[in-house]
Design a protein around this ligand. Structure first.
Ligand code: GLC
Length: 480
């Protein structure tokens, strides 16, 4: 029996987490990794989140009010209410301030810098109130980077905070949180004495600051950890990554196999499992019907569920879509993003009404209907820190065709090498088309295709191994 005092105390600071609020993969990782860690009796895992007004009422039913404090944001003091709830062994705290978080959407407001400064400062200020000083403060992406800077520049001189160790996880190096220099003092409330920690290329760069002052940092796949040392992937931060490389490691994300389970999923048209996949064809038929595509059981359905932005490799698809659609196939696209891509895929569906269906939306039920009803899942990303969709697709028996980058390379092994999907190496439209055609050729070979489906479904994408890697990483930080 591990007593409370013996437990390792981990505090996640993150801007989103399932099941409360989600705009993408980050939330799923915060939700499922915290749960996987909390299953280990040795860990007391807690998560701090902003109390966005977008968090639905049904999620708030069991929220308890813990108390309220004042939190300094540069020269002001702001109200901070604290709520708490417990889910599957993890304690979640929500910091409340309506001025900052009673708005539509999590990001994209003119004062995001100030909003997340308040959030990060709150994460440290609430520790006495919640009576929890973690062994490891584990921050995720730029929105929580300031918590590490505050710890290093302000709080570490206080006795209770002095022993807190830190880990910073980069889910996407593209978004760094950059602000003009004068914000350091008047907005973020950090003395100019520390300017060199956060300054980069004439600006305040919060991600850079976090990399400099954390004990260790990580990315969400081993390949991405190597890639971001290079200018092609580093978005300008590669020199900082290289300089701090001895603190860096990559751990592949997992998915929550209970949530993504074709045998239990209530959102899909019919349930199935790796031992009995017959109902997958029901899912396909219903999907085709729902999307107004001809119901054709032997036509491969290729799906893309993605943010419609350039790093996802959409330009490759655009370059060869007409050529690809010359053969008997259907393409289903679900996502939102840049107008340029939204317009293109809408228009493609108008030009090929019998072959292409485009839905411009972010819809979790529909996404799982597509994961279960499609045959092939296409993910030609230019860069992909980890990517969860290829894992979810595989779990639903939809064979992934991916470019070998970041987590895609670490999770999908080429069919030719006895693996669970198809891959191509260069960011080249015809290389992609060649491999996509290979997949569609194999699709006709029913026996081998079925075997591949089963192989994909049986690949272990759970947190089992990766959570263990985090445990080892925490241990190495605590003993260093
Ligand atoms: C970001 C990355 C994605 C990763 C996710 C969770 O959204 O772009 O590749 O899977 O974070 O770590």
């Amino acid at each position: 029996m591990v007593t409370q005092a013996e437990k390792r105390k981990i505090l996640f600071v993150a801007s989103e987490a399932t099941p409360f609020i989600s705009t993408g993969g980050l939330s799923e990782v915060i939700g499922s990794l915290s749960k996987a860690l909390a299953k280990r009796k040795k860990f007391d895992v807690r998560v701090v989140l902003p109390l966005y007004s977008d968090i639905k009422q049904e999620q708030r039913e069991d929220f308890e009010f813990v108390g309220n404090i004042n939190v300094p944001v540069a020269w002001r003091n702001q109200y901070c209410g604290v709520f708490r709830c417990k889910r599957e062994g993890v304690t979640f705290y929500f910091v409340d301030n309506e001025y900052y978080f009673k708005r539509k959407g999590c990001y994209g407001h003119f004062d995001d810098g100030e909003r997340f400064a308040f959030f990060c400062r709150s994460a440290l200020e609430i520790m006495p109130l919640i009576d929890f000083f973690p062994d490891i403060l584990h921050c995720h992406d730029w929105q929580s980077a300031l918590a590490l800077l505050y710890l290093k520049t302000i709080y570490c001189r206080k006795q209770e905070y002095a022993n807190i160790k830190t880990l910073f996880t980069i889910h996407n190096i593209e978004y760094q949180g950059t602000y003009s220099i004068d914000n350091l003092q008047w907005l973020f409330g950090i003395d100019s004495y520390y300017q060199n920690i956060a300054e980069y290329k004439g600006c305040i760069n919060l991600m850079k600051g976090a990399i400099e002052c954390c004990d260790k940092f990580s990315t969400v796949s081993p390949t991405y950890a190597e890639e971001i040392k290079n200018p092609y992937f580093g978005f300008g931060l590669d020199p900082i990554v290289r300089r701090n490389a001895s603190k860096l490691c990559g751990i592949l994300n997992g998915i929550d196999p209970d949530y993504y389970d074709p045998q239990k999923d209530k959102a899909i048209f019919a349930n199935y499992s790796a031992t009995d996949i017959a109902n997958k064809s029901v899912c396909k038929e219903q999907l085709q019907r729902m999307l107004n595509l001809p119901v054709r059981p032997n036509t491969p359905v290729v799906a893309m569920i993605t943010r419609l932005v350039a790093p996802k490799g959409l330009d490759l698809v655009m370059a060869v879509a007409d050529q690809a659609l010359e053969r008997d196939m259907q393409l289903v696209v679900l996502g939102t993003g840049e107008g340029y891509y939204e317009h293109y895929f809408r228009e493609l569906a108008l030009r090929y009404p019998k072959q292409v269906a485009t839905v411009i939306a972010f819809n979790s039920d529909l996404s799982r209907q597509i994961y279960s009803g499609a045959d092939i899942f296409l993910m030609p990303s230019r860069s992909e820190p980890c990517g969860l969709s290829q894992m979810i697709a595989s779990r639903y028996g939809t064979v992934a065709v991916v470019r070998e980058t970041g987590g895609l390379k670490d999770s999908i092994i080429p069919y030719g090498a006895g693996g669970n999907g198809f891959t191509f190496c260069n960011f080249n439209a015809h290389d992609m088309l060649y491999v996509l055609n290979e997949a569609m050729d194999l699709y006709k070979d029913k026996e081998n295709w079925q075997k591949l489906i089963v192989k994909a479904m049986k690949t272990d994408f759970s947190w089992k191994k990766s959570a263990e890697n985090y445990v080892e990483l925490y241990d190495s930080i605590l003993t260093q």
